[in-house]
Design a binder for this molecule. Structure first.
Ligand code: BGC
Length: 421
C-alpha cells in the first residue's frame, strides 16, 4: 500500500478519476470507424505487429477477426447508470468521458437533440453522485458525412468541428467546468496519416504534418475560444500524448535522434497551442529508447503490447513541462495487462511519480486512470485489456478487478489522511 509520505504531497482536492471514450464503450456507433472495422477486420487479425510478444491465450484472441469490430462495445449507452455505480464503489470523484460527434451531428447541419440529452443526463447523474465531469469534445471518431468530405483533411473540418463544439457548449456547459477539446492530436495524426493503421490508412509525411500541426492546432484554438467565450472560468486543455524518449546508448547521434523525436512528438504541438491552454492534460503510456537503429524497448518487464513497463517515468514527463508554468492533470495513463497482474503496481508507481513531481515544484491536480472498463481498443479490437473492471463481451456484465479495488483503497487512504489532518 502506498505510504502517507506520498499521499501528503497531493493537494486536498486532488481529482481521482478514470477516463473513457465514446466509441470505445458506448456501442453501436456509426462513424468513420464503423465500416472500416468490418472491411479490414480479417486483414488486421491475420498480421500482428512483430513487436507483440503475446502469450498463447492472447495470441488466439488477437487473431480473431470478430474481436476487431466495435459492435455493442461495453453497452454503456444503456448501462451508464451501472458505470456510475461502479465509479462510486471505486471512491472516484472525477470522470473523463467523450461526446460522440457522430451521434450529435449524424447529418450535415443537423443536430440531434436526443443525443445531447443523453450526455446531459449522464452529466447530471455524475454531479448528483459527487463526481466531477471532464468532457472530451473529440476522441477521434468522425461523422460519416464529414469523413466522406475528406475527414481531418477536409477543408471544412475546423468549421464543422467549431459548429459542433458551439452546440455542445450551448447545451452542456452549465454543468461542466473541465474540458478537453481534442484527445491526442499527435496519435490520431500519426496513426491515420503516417503509420497508416487507422482510417483512412494513408502514409504521407505531408498529410501527417498538415493534420497534426495545422488542422489539429486550428481546431483546438477555435474550440478553446468557443468554450472560454461562453464561460471564462471554464478550464480547457487538450489531452496530449507524451512519450519519454531516451537515447539508446548515450552516443552523440542517438542523443540527436532522441531530441528530434521529442521535438516533433512532444514539444512542437505544445509550443503552437500553449497560449490556448488553462492546464496541460497529460496522457502517459511509454518510455522508449531511441537511436539511429530505431526504437528499442530496453531492459525490464514489458506490457501486453510489448512496450516497456515504466510507470514511474511519468515523473520525468511531468518535470519536462515545467517551462509552460501551467497546472497539470493526468488525463490518461494505463497498462494493457490481461491478467491484471501489474495494474496495481502501475497505479501506485504513477501516484508516486506525481507526488515526487509535486515535491519538486510541479502543480499536478488530478489523475484519470485509463480505463474504467475493458473496452474497444481501436485497430487492435477487444483483446488488449486496460480496464479496472472486466466486461463480459456476451452479457456485458461488469466485474471489478483486484486492481480496481487497489485503486479504491489508495483513494480511501487519501481521504482518511485528508480528514485526519
Ligand atoms: C487513447 C485511448 C486508447 C489508449 C490505450 C490512448 O492513446 O487515447 O483511446 O485506448 O491510448 O492505447
Amino acid at each position: 500500500m502506498i505510504k502517507d509520505i506520498y499521499l501528503e504531497r497531493l493537494p486536498k482536492d486532488f481529482m481521482w478519476g478514470v477516463a473513457t471514450a465514446s466509441h470505445q464503450i458506448e456501442g453501436n456507433t456509426l462513424n468513420n470507424w464503423t465500416q472500416w472495422e468490418k472491411d479490414t477486420a480479417n486483414e488486421r487479425a491475420k498480421k500482428l505487429p512483430s513487436w507483440y510478444k503475446l502469450p498463447k491465450a492472447l495470441e488466439q484472441l488477437a487473431h480473431n477477426p470478430e474481436l476487431r469490430v466495435s459492435g455493442k462495445a461495453c453497452g454503456s449507452l444503456e448501462l451508464w447508470k451501472k458505470d456510475i455505480e461502479i465509479m462510486k464503489e471505486l471512491n472516484l470523484n472525477s470522470y473523463r468521458f467523450s461526446i460522440e460527434w457522430s451521434r450529435v451531428m449524424p447529418r450535415k447541419d443537423f443536430f440531434d437533440k436526443e443525443a445531447v440529452d443523453y450526455y446531459r443526463s449522464l452529466i447530471k447523474e455524475l454531479k448528483k453522485n459527487g463526481i466531477e465531469p471532464m468532457v472530451t469534445c473529440w476522441h477521434w471518431t468522425i461523422p460519416v458525412w464529414l469523413a466522406e468530405e475528406g475527414g481531418i483533411l477536409s477543408k471544412n473540418f475546423v468549421k464543422q468541428f467549431s459548429k459542433y463544439v458551439q452546440y455542445i457548449v450551448e447545451n452542456l456547459a452549465e454543468d461542466v467546468k473541465y474540458w478537453i477539446t481534442i484527445n491526442e492530436p499527435d496519435a490520431v495524426s500519426t496513426m491515420s496519416y503516417l503509420l497508416g493503421t487507422f482510417p483512412p490508412q494513408e502514409r504521407s509525411l505531408i498529410k501527417y504534418f498538415k493534420s497534426h500541426f495545422v488542422v489539429m492546432v486550428n481546431a483546438h484554438r477555435k474550440a478553446y475560444e468557443i468554450i472560454k467565450s461562453n464561460d471564462k472560468d471554464s478550464y480547457v486543455s487538450i489531452a496530449k500524448n507524451f512519450i519519454l524518449f531516451k537515447p539508446s546508448k548515450s552516443s552523440f547521434v542517438n542523443k540527436i535522434v532522441s531530441g528530434i523525436a521529442d521535438f516533433f512528438h512532444n514539444t512542437l504541438m505544445m509550443n503552437r497551442i500553449s497560449k490556448y491552454l488553462d492546464y496541460i492534460g497529460v496522457n502517459y503510456y511509454f518510455d522508449w529508447e531511441i537511436g539511429v537503429h530505431g526504437i528499442s524497448v530496453g531492459k525490464g518487464k514489458l506490457t501486453d503490447f510489448g512496450f516497456p513497463m515504466k510507470p514511474y517515468s511519468m515523473k520525468r514527463v511531468l518535470k519536462n513541462l515545467k517551462k509552460y508554468k501551467l497546472p497539470i492533470i493526468i488525463t490518461e495513463s494505463g497498462v494493457p495487462d490481461y491478467q491484471d497482474k501489474y495494474r496495481s503496481f502501475w497505479i501506485e508507481e504513477n501516484i508516486k511519480a506525481i507526488a515526487d513531481a509535486i515535491k519538486s515544484g510541479m502543480d499536478v491536480r488530478g489523475y484519470m486512470h485509463w480505463s474504467l472498463l475493458d473496452n474497444f481498443e481501436w485497430a487492435e479490437g477487444y483483446w488488449p485489456e486496460f480496464g479496472l473492471v472486466d466486461v463480459n463481451w456476451k452479457t456485458l456484465e461488469r466485474k471489478i478487478k483486484s486492481s480496481g479495488y487497489s485503486y479504491a483503497n489508495i483513494i480511501n487512504a487519501f481521504n482518511k489522511f485528508v480528514k485526519k489532518n
